[in-house]
Design a protein. Structure first.
Length: 74
């Protein structure tokens, strides 16, 4: 449901920030490690450290805004 918004937001950063998707059903150990409680869940890492996280579906403009805010605060 959120995939098109996620893809559009990733394009806006033109490779400056990497976007990844993890299928929590195929990789439950990854979602357990991140303590995912709901899907979709977004995590922003900088320098290997978790900076910010959000859960719930977001439109493209909200994802882009959140990424920019997370990047400038880290």
């Amino acid at each position: 449901m959120m995939a098109p918004s996620y893809a559009e937001s990733a394009k806006k950063f033109d490779g400056d920030i990497r976007f990844f998707k993890l299928n929590s059903e195929e990789h439950p150990q990854g979602s357990a490690r991140l303590n995912v409680r709901g899907i979709p869940a977004l995590f922003f890492f900088n320098g290997g450290k978790l900076v910010s996280q959000k859960s719930g579906a977001l439109p493209e403009h909200a994802i882009t805004k959140w990424v920019r805010e997370s990047f400038t605060s880290s």
